[in-house]
Design a protein around this ligand. Structure first.
Ligand code: CDP
Ligand code: MG
Length: 765
C-alpha cells in the first residue's frame, strides 16, 4: 500500500468507524426514547433517509465485530442480554468466523459468489449475519433471504439465528415455508424454502425487496434451487445492486462457478476430525434390524459420544426409536450401561420436538469411577446429512438408503422410493461423526457394494420429477421459451413434453402453449396444478367448501395413525368415518368430526381415541384457511349444499368436482378379473391399496396417488361415473389418442350412450 492509499484507507476507516458508532448511538437514542422497547415503531427501522449514506457502505469485519460486541443491538435498539454474549463466544469459534474479512472482500467486489464449507462450519447461521452487519438492511427497507431445501431446516435455523441475534423469532429474523409465514414488517433476515422464494418471484419477477439472496445447500440440487439459479442469473442482469451467494456443503463447487460466469469462490477449510469407516462383511437383508443392533452395541461397548442413525422416513424412524428405547432400558438394567435418550428427526415433526435434538446427552447419575457414559441417539432422515448440524455426534450408523423421488414420464408416475444413496452422501454422512473429535462410521453394507454399487452423485431433482408445477411456474415467471431456459442440467425432453401436455389438458396452457386465464389463476395456489384446477372448478358444482377440505387433507401428512401395536383397533376407528364410495369423501367426514370435537374440547383425547393425528389435522385446518383466503382474494365462491339437497346428489356433486381435477388419474376394472384395475391411457395394471375404506368399489375409480412397491397400487380412491370423464374432460377423453383395448372399448360405449342421451334430452325440450 502506498502512503497515499494508506492515508485514504485510514480516513475511510475513520468514517466507517464513526458510521458504526452512529448506528450504535441511534440505537441508544432509540432506547432512551423508547425505554420499554416500543416494538411497533423502533426508531432505527426503515429510516432510510437519515442513514441513506449507509447504503452498500461496505464495512470491515472489525467494524462489524465492534458492533456485535454490544452493548446495544443495532437492529432493535435494545440492550443485549447475557445469553447473546454467551452464544457470541461460541460463534466466534466457528470456522467461517476466521474467514469473515475475506468473505467481505469478495462479497464487496462481486455480484455473485460461491461459498463452500464443511457441514457445521457456520455457513447457514453466520453468513447471513455477516451480510446483515454489512448491509444494515433495516436502514434501507430491504431484506436478506436465505433459502433452504427443507422446511425443518428453515424453521430450526431461523429460531437459532433469532437467538444468536437476541431478537424474537418472526420479528427481525423470521421464516417462510409453504402454508406458514412467520415474518413481519420488521423482518430483515428471512429463512425460507427455495419453493417459497420461487413463488415470490412469480409475483415479483425481480425480487425487488431483497438486497441479497443466499441459496443455501445448493449441492442438493432441488428442483426449486435449480430453477432459482437460472432465474437469478437473469435477474442479476436487470438488478446490478442485487447480491447472490451460492452456498454448498460439498467441495464440488466448480460447476456452480462455471454456471455463474466464473464467479469467485471462497472455501472454508474443513475442520473435521478423522472418521474411521467400518463395513459389514456381508450384505444385510434387514437393514432396520441391523441398524438397531448396531446402535445398541455402540451404546454397550463404545466410549462417550452421541450416535446418529440415518433412516428413510417417519414411520421407520418412530419404530426404530421405540425399539432402541425399549432395548436400551434392558441394557441399562442388565449390563449397567449409562442412560440413553432417543430422539427422532424428520420433516413433519413439530418444531418444538425438532429442537429437542439439541438437548445435551443424559448424564450418568452414578459417581463411581467406572460409571458408563450416558448417550443421546438421533434417528434422522437425510435432514441430518447436511441441513442440520448436531454437535457431539461421534458415531454414525449408515444403512445406505434414503427416500428419493423418481419419475417415469412414460407412465406419468412420480413416487418416493427407498433407494441406495450416492457415494457423496455416504461421505457426508460419515463426516457427521467427526465434528467434535475423532469418530466412527458404521456402514451397514459391504465395502465392495460401496465401490461398485453406489453412484458418485445423486441426480439433480429436475431429472427425476414431474415438471407440471415447474412449467406453470416458469410460464408465470414470464419465461415462455422453456427450451432455451438456462438450466444447469436441462430436463429430459420427454418429461418437458409430458408437463406441457398435462397443463394443456388441465386448460392451464392453450394449444399454443400460452398461459390461460385458468392457468394464471391456478398458479396463485401453492398446489399441484391438478388440485388447483379442481379447487377453482368446485364452485360450479356447489361444493367448494368440501373440495377445500379434501385438498387441505391431501396436502398434509397422513391423518390416520396406525401403530404396530394396535393395527386392528386403528383400522376399526378409521372405518367409523368411512364413506363406502370414497377415500376422498371419507376425508371430509374425518375433518368435520375433528372440527366438531374441537368445538367441544378434549380434542387431543378424541384424536387418540380415534387413531387420528392431531398434528396433521391441525395443519390441515391451517392449510384450509389459507387456501380459503386465496379463494376469497380471487372471488371464487365458497359454497356448500350440505343439508340443502339429497345426500346422493350432494356426494355426487363432490365426486364430479373431483373428476374436474383427477380425470388423468383414473383406473378401470379389468374385465373378467376380480381386483385388478388398468390405469386409463397408460394401461398399467394396478391394485387398490389395502389402506382403502371403500367397500362399494366401482368399475371406474379416480386415485390420488400411484404407489410403486413390489406391486403397483393406487391409493386414496373414489368411485366415479365414467360419463363424467367424457363430459368434463372431453379433450383428454378424445379416443383418437387411446390405444386399443379394454379401456377404449368401454369408453366408446359410454360416449355413444352419452351422445344418444343428449339427443334424447334435446328432443324432450
Ligand atoms: O451451515 P453449516 O452446516 O455450515 O453450519 P450451521 O448450520 O451454521 O451451524 C453452525 C453451528 O451452529 C453448529 O455448531 C451447530 O451445532 C450450531 N447450531 C445450533 O446450535 N442450533 C441450531 N438450531 C443450528 C445450528
Ligand atoms: Mg447449513
Amino acid at each position: 500500500m502506498s502512503e497515499d492509499e494508506e492515508i485514504r484507507s485510514a480516513k475511510r476507516q475513520k468514517v466507517l468507524d464513526s458510521e458504526a458508532e452512529r448506528v450504535a448511538e441511534a440505537a441508544e437514542e432509540s432506547l432512551r426514547k423508547h425505554p420499554h422497547g416500543d416494538r411497533d415503531q423502533p426508531l432505527v427501522h426503515h429510516d432510510a433517509g437519515e442513514f441513506s449514506g449507509l447504503k452498500r457502505h461496505e464495512t470491515t469485519s472489525e467494524q462489524a465485530e465492534k458492533l456485535e460486541n454490544g452493548p446495544i443491538n443495532p437492529f432493535t435498539g435494545n440492550q443485549l442480554g447475557q445469553k447473546y454474549f454467551d452464544i457470541l463466544k461460541v460463534r466466534r469459534d466457528l470456522p467461517v468466523h476466521a474467514q469473515r474479512a475475506e468473505f467481505l472482500k469478495i462479497f464487496h467486489s462481486s455480484q455473485i459468489m460461491v461459498f463452500v464449507g464443511e457441514t457445521g462450519s457456520g455457513k447457514t447461521t453466520q453468513i447471513p449475519q455477516f451480510v446483515l452487519y454489512d448491509e444494515m438492511p433495516h436502514l434501507t427497507g430491504m431484506q436478506v433471504a436465505c433459502t433452504q431445501p427443507r422446511r425443518v431446516a428453515a424453521m430450526s435455523v431461523a429460531a437459532r439465528v433469532a437467538d444468536e441475534m437476541d431478537v424474537s423469532l418472526g420479528e427481525e429474523v423470521g421464516y417462510s415455508i409453504r402454508f406458514e409465514n412467520k415474518t413481519s414488517n420488521k423482518t430483515i433476515l428471512k429463512y425460507m424454502t427455495d419453493g417459497m422464494l420461487l413463488r415470490e418471484a412469480m409475483e415479483d419477477h425481480d425480487l425487488t425487496r431483497y438486497s441479497c439472496i443466499i441459496l443455501d445447500e445448493a449441492h442438493e440440487r432441488t428442483l426449486a434451487t435449480d430453477i432459482l439459479m437460472g432465474l437469478l442469473k437473469q435477474v442479476c442482469l436487470r438488478r446490478p445492486d442485487l447480491k447472490i451467494i451460492i452456498m454448498s456443503a460439498t467441495l464440488d463447487a466448480e460447476k456452480f462457478q462455471k454456471y455463474f460466469h466464473n464467479a469467485p469462490l471462497l472455501a472454508v477449510p474443513g475442520r473435521t476430525f478423522p472418521v474411521e469407516i467400518y463395513y459389514t462383511p456381508e450384505f444385510q437383508r434387514d437393514y432396520l434390524d441391523a441398524a438397531i443392533r448396531t446402535v445398541l452395541q455402540i451404546h454397550a461397548t463404545e466410549d462417550q459420544g452421541d450416535i446418529l442413525l440415518f433412516l428413510t422416513g417417519e414411520e421407520e424412524i418412530e419404530d426404530a426409536c421405540r425399539k432402541i428405547s425399549l432395548e436400551g432400558d434392558e441394557l441399562i438394567r442388565d449390563q449397567n450401561c449409562g442412560p440413553l435418550k432417543v430422539y427422532p428427526l424428520y420433516g413433519s415433526l413439530p418444531p418444538h420436538q425438532q429442537q429437542r435434538i439439541f438437548e445435551p446427552a443424559p448424564i450418568n447419575p452414578s459417581t463411581k469411577p467406572y460409571a458408563r457414559p450416558g448417550r443421546k441417539v438421533i434417528v434422522s432422515t437425510n435432514i441430518a446429512e447436511t441441513s442440520l448440524t448436531i454437535d457431539g455426534i461421534v458415531y454414525v450408523v449408515d444403512p445406505g438408503f434414503s427416500k428419493q423421488k423418481v419419475y417415469n414420464p412414460r407412465v406419468r408416475v412420480e413416487s418416493l422410493l427407498v433407494s441406495p444413496i450416492s457415494k457423496a452422501s455416504a461421505q457426508q454422512r460419515a463426516g457427521r461423526a467427526g465434528r467434535t473429535r475423532p469418530g466412527k462410521c458404521f456402514r451397514l453394507y459391504t465395502e465392495e457394494a460401496f465401490h461398485k454399487e453406489l453412484i458418485q452423485q445423486s441426480y439433480p431433482e429436475i431429472l427425476r420429477s414431474n415438471l407440471a408445477s415447474t412449467v406453470l411456474e416458469l410460464k408465470k415467471l414470464g419465461i415462455d421459451d422453456l427450451v432455451h431456459f438456462d438450466f444447469m442440467d436441462p430436463p429430459a425432453p420427454e418429461t418437458m413434453m409430458r408437463a406441457l401436455e398435462e397443463l394443456n389438458y388441465l386448460q392451464c396452457l392453450s394449444d399454443e402453449g400460452e398461459l390461460t386465464a385458468l392457468g394464471r389463476l391456478a398458479s396463485h395456489f401453492p398446489l399441484d396444478p391438478m388440485l388447483a384446477v379442481m379447487l377453482i372448478g368446485s364452485p360450479a358444482f356447489g361444493c367448494s367448501e368440501e373440495i377445500l377440505t379434501i385438498v387441505a387433507m391431501l396436502s398434509v401428512a397422513n391423518v390416520f395413525v396406525r401403530p404396530a401395536s394396535a393395527r386392528k383397533r386403528a383400522d376399526e376407528a378409521k372405518l367409523s368415518f368411512a364413506h363406502p364410495e370414497g377415500d376422498h369423501l371419507t376425508l371430509i367426514n374425518v375433518y368435520e368430526s375433528f372440527m366438531t370435537a374441537s368445538d367441544k374440547g378434549g380434542v387431543h383425547q378424541w384424536c387418540r381415541d380415534n387413531f387420528l393425528s392431531y398434528r396433521s389435522l391441525t395443519s390441515a385446518k391451517n392449510v384450509r384457511s389459507q387456501l380459503r383466503r386465496i379463494m376469497e382474494r380471487y372471488d371464487l365462491e365458497l359454497v356448500s349444499k350440505y343439508g340443502e339437497i339429497g345426500e346422493g346428489v350432494y356426494w355426487d356433486n363432490i365426486k364430479k368436482a373431483l373428476v374436474g381435477g383427477f380425470f388423468m388419474q383414473v383406473g378401470k376394472k379389468k374385465s373378467g378379473t376380480g381386483k385388478t384395475y388398468l390405469t386409463v391411457k397408460d394401461n398399467q395394471e394396478v391394485l387398490i391399496h389395502p389402506s382403502t375404506v371403500v367397500s362399494k368399489e366401482g368399475e371406474w375409480m379416480i386415485y390420488n396417488e400411484f404407489v410403486l412397491t413390489s406391486k403397483n397400487y393406487i391409493r386414496t380412491v373414489t368411485t366415479i361415473k365414467p360419463d363424467w370423464l367424457v363430459e368434463y374432460a372431453p379433450k383428454y377423453y378424445n379416443l383418437d389418442h387411446f390405444s386399443k383395448g379394454d379401456v377404449k372399448l368401454s369408453l366408446e360405449r359410454i360416449i355413444e350412450r352419452v351422445e344418444a342421451s343428449k339427443k334424447f334430452d334435446s328432443k324432450k325440450k
